[in-house]
Design a protein around this ligand. Structure first.
Ligand SMILES: Nc1ncnc2c1ncn2[C@@H]1O[C@H](COP(=O)(O)OP(=O)(O)OP(=O)(O)O)[C@@H](O)[C@H]1O
Length: 283
């Protein structure tokens, strides 16, 4: 079943400015924990990832961003609540169907043994092939496009195990891009990357959003970068959603103190900037 056939239900919300937006992904009444403990790690009444927009999840270490992303990508079963993509419960999808809808870059990438970068990127095409199908022209085109977007042509024949952390990260990003999905969930895609590659990855995400209408939810650590880059911010604190909305509404000096524990100034000239001055005492 294709993504378009599934798009039967529209879920609308109103953002901080009172503007109605449609949600591609909705987390509804989510309570999340890990099998190793009874402790609830995330308790989130409602989370919306607006359609055809870039949403950045921000928050301090351990605030539950990755955990939330795992639930949104069906890698973690909620103790309570549901995740819906275009109105359909994620649990209604088999693995391959979901992989045609959702491209996921997690922090814990599966080990695929000693394969080359190019083979890894081809791996991103598996949801589009049946068991007996070979690689077709569309697969070749998608792989070449992903390799170009990620800027990894020079290392396509290298084995993953021989790469630096940043090069590996770019290879995984290319694999997710080759999947060619309408929705991307990216957990810290800029980790390990130098400033050039950080910009390149963020520009690629923006380009996919603007040119192809791809919906993106991305965990970013740099609040100033997230505020400049994203259309919406989701600020997590202690496993709860502290605030949600356009960056101008969410990034306040109060949020920086409450959520991040820093005294900081927020400036808008020439664009939104966060200027941290000092760390506040631990909460
Ligand atoms: N596999 C796991 N088993 C048990 N607890 C976990 C597991 N993964 C994360 N946690 C716990 O869940 C809490 C939230 O972690 P999570 O990784 O979601 O936070 P985060 O906001 O993404 O942090 P960071 O910015 O450091 O990546 C932490 O207290 C962490 O110890």
């Amino acid at each position: 079943m294709s993504g378009n056939q599934r798009r039967t239900t529209r879920e609308r919300i109103t953002d901080g400015d009172g503007v109605a937006v449609e949600s591609a992904l909705v987390g509804d009444g989510l309570e999340l924990s890990y099998p190793t403990s009874d402790e609830t790690i995330v308790d989130c009444a409602r989370l919306d990832v607006p359609e055809e927009a870039v949403t950045a999840l921000v928050g301090p270490n351990g605030s539950g961003k990755s955990t939330l992303l795992k639930a949104l990508s069906n890698h973690l079963d909620p103790d309570a609540g549901t995740v819906r993509i275009h109105g359909d419960d994620l649990r209604n999808f088999d693995r391959k169907e979901l992989a045609r809808e959702l491209g996921v870059l997690s922090q814990e990438n599966d080990s695929l043994g000693s394969i080359t970068v190019e083979d890894l990127v081809y791996h991103g095409r598996y949801p589009h092939r049946s068991f007996f199908d070979g690689v077709d022209d569309e697969d070749h085109r998608a792989v070449e496009r992903a390799i170009e977007l990620a800027g990894i042509d020079g290392i396509r024949d290298a084995e993953l195990g021989q790469l630096s952390g940043g090069q590996k990260q770019l290879a995984w990003i290319a694999m997710v891009l080759a999947q060619d999905t309408d929705v991307l969930l990216l957990d810290e895609p800029t980790t390990f990357l130098d400033v050039h590659h950080q910009f390149r990855v963020l520009e690629t995400i923006r380009q996919l959003n603007e040119q192809k209408g791809v919906t993106v939810a991305v965990v970013l650590h740099d609040i100033a970068q997230a505020a400049r880059f994203a259309d919406y911010l989701v600020a997590m604190c202690d496993g709860e959603l502290y605030d949600w909305g356009p960056p101008e509404d969410v990034v306040t000096e109060q949020l920086l103190a409450d959520v991040f524990g820093v005294e900081a100034t927020v400036q808008y000239e020439p664009e939104l900037q966060v200027l941290p001055r000092r760390a506040l005492p631990d909460r």
